[in-house]
Ligand binder design. Structure first.
Ligand SMILES: NC(=O)c1ccc[n+]([C@@H]2O[C@H](COP(=O)([O-])OP(=O)(O)OC[C@H]3O[C@@H](n4cnc5c(N)ncnc54)[C@H](O)[C@@H]3O)[C@@H](O)[C@H]2O)c1
Length: 458
């Protein structure tokens, strides 16, 4: 973690291109698409930053579900989701941006919105890999900060220094199996870490403006400050918070009751509730997305799809829990990024959106599809089909049987539709792992092997 003061980075001493176009913003009482307000704030000592390319320290730069509200009617009328509030992000803080989905999102955003400032905050746990960001690390608007989301002062400083108007919160302990072996880290990062970010966002985005506006007449008329239409806390969550479905149950919708079964899912549910509460209680402008299983480039090979591809390449067994008939909905990570983009740009403040691929597969269907692709793209030297490596192992404790996502809300309200089918997305993914075997070798070192042995005992 790097919290020691360092000289101001070149970026931090000047306003970014967009920040010169500041305007006095309409309040949410009169919401309009708007420029972002990035009023000057006292620059606090910036944290040091890490250049992922060199690994050197450098100075370069649904509410979860509608539920009865305890708010008074006057408050509730202010704090309903506000569909007409549009956000045009200009300066993003992306937490967990060195992980799987976070790094794909950074690539996606920098390619699509070249002018936007993109600041990444990542603690570089075992799942965080600076190499995931190498292709974009020289972009002029890119900055990587090696630090922990639980470091309140660091987060407050970054929000002020970089005039952050949008937080996209990916950072988490994300692997169910690890949460079974060691739940503490999941509570620490997913619950305490998310709460620390919320406190920092409230302080920088809401408290200062409330103080400033106390004497003004606008402030008296709204719990939400004028800035609240101009900033956004987007929380990236999972379908696992909804628990497990029977074979004929309807898919999870935004109003499905939470029933988390693993410590991972429970910690994500807790963080979702905290985010919701900061909207309901303080008016912090937030959105949440609950997404199904992602796959694609840069996924740490403890997760099913990269694990199977790399085990095929190594000629090792393909471990499948229990009978292999557990069902997940699968989504290519680029489609997840598109969904988050839509929620940020057009989503209703205070709303949760489910994002899914409409693509339910059993684990056996997934492993068989991977084996077929590997037989075609990288045939086994002795010509035996890769499916001969499939091995059933002891089932995961409390293994949820089925997840399925009803994505009607994001589809009808925001026009969302995945662009990759499972067939096209999986082919691209297998091709990516085959073309990037150095990346794989570099992370499959150290305690990775021990972990796999411990987790997949027969
Ligand atoms: N992978 C999926 O299929 C999936 C599906 C739905 C939702 N999600 C959610 O998406 C988010 C990202 O998932 P992922 O698969 O990319 O995870 P990941 O494990 O690949 O990456 C997590 C990142 O967070 C960082 N991190 C962890 N603790 C941190 C801390 N205290 N401070 C700062 N950084 C920290 C890690 O270094 C890593 O870079 C998570 O919130 C997860 O719950 C994942």
């Amino acid at each position: 973690m790097t919290t020691q003061p360092s000289p101001l980075s070149p970026q931090s001493s000047v306003l970014t291109p967009q920040s010169s176009a500041l305007s006095t913003q309409p309040s949410v009482l009169n919401p309009q698409p708007s420029d972002l307000s990035t009023q000057p704030s006292a620059l606090s000592p910036p944290s040091s930053t890490l250049n992922p390319q060199t690994s050197d320290l450098s100075t370069q730069p649904s509410a979860p579900k509608p539920q009865p509200s305890v708010l008074s009617s006057s408050q509730s009328s202010v704090l309903k989701p506000q569909s007409s509030v549009l956000l045009t992000p200009h300066s993003l803080l992306i937490t967990g941006g060195a992980g799987f989905i976070g790094s794909n999102f950074v690539h996606y955003w920098i390619k699509k919105y070249q002018e936007d400032r993109v600041v990444i905050l990542d603690a570089l746990t075992y799942a965080g890999n600076p190499a995931n960001l190498e292709p974009v690390a020289n972009h002029p608007q890119y900055r990587f900060v090696h630090g922990d989301i639980r470091d309140y002062d660091l987060v407050v400083n970054l929000l002020q220094e970089e005039k952050i108007d949008t937080i996209v919160h990916f950072a988490a302990e994300s692997h169910v199996d690890r949460s079974i072996h060691g739940p503490d880290a999941f509570v620490d990062t997913n619950i305490i870490g998310t709460h620390t970010l919320l406190k920092a966002a409230k302080k920088v985005w809401l408290d200062r403006s409330s103080e400033e506006l106390e004497s003004s007449s606008i402030a008296q008329s709204s719990v939400l400050s004028p800035q609240s239409s101009l900033c956004r806390f987007h929380h990236v969550s999972t379908d696992e918070v909804y628990g497990s479905l029977g074979p004929d149950d309807p898919a999870f919708s935004e109003t499905t009751a939470y029933a988390p079964n693993s410590p991972y899912a429970a910690s994500k549910a807790g963080s979702d509730y905290l985010v919701r509460s900061y909207f309901k209680t303080y008016g912090l402008p937030m959105t949440i997305s609950n997404c199904s299983n992602n796959y694609g480039p840069y996924q740490f090979p403890e997760k099913l799809i990269p694990l199977l591809i790399l085990n095929c390449l190594a000629g090792e067994s393909l471990p499948i829990y229990g009978d292999g008939l557990n069902i997940r909905d699968w989504l290519h990570v680029d489609d997840h990024c598109r969904g988050i983009d839509l929620v940020l740009k057009k989503g209703t403040v205070g709303q949760t959106y489910n994002i899914g691929g409409n693509c339910e597969k059993t684990n056996m269907e997934v492993v068989e599809a991977i084996c077929r692709l590997m037989d075609e793209l990288s045939p086994n030297k002795d010509s035996a089909p890769y499916s001969s490596l499939i091995t059933h192992v002891k089932d995961r404790l409390g293994h949820d049987r089925r997840y399925a996502i009803d994505a009607n809300l994001i589809t009808s309200e925001l026009g969302y539709a995945p662009t990759e089918s499972f067939e096209t997305g999986l082919r691209k993914t297998v091709e990516w792992y085959l073309a990037n075997q150095d990346w794989c070798q570099n992370i499959m070192v150290g305690n990775y092997r021990e972990w796999i042995e411990k987790n997949y005992e027969k």
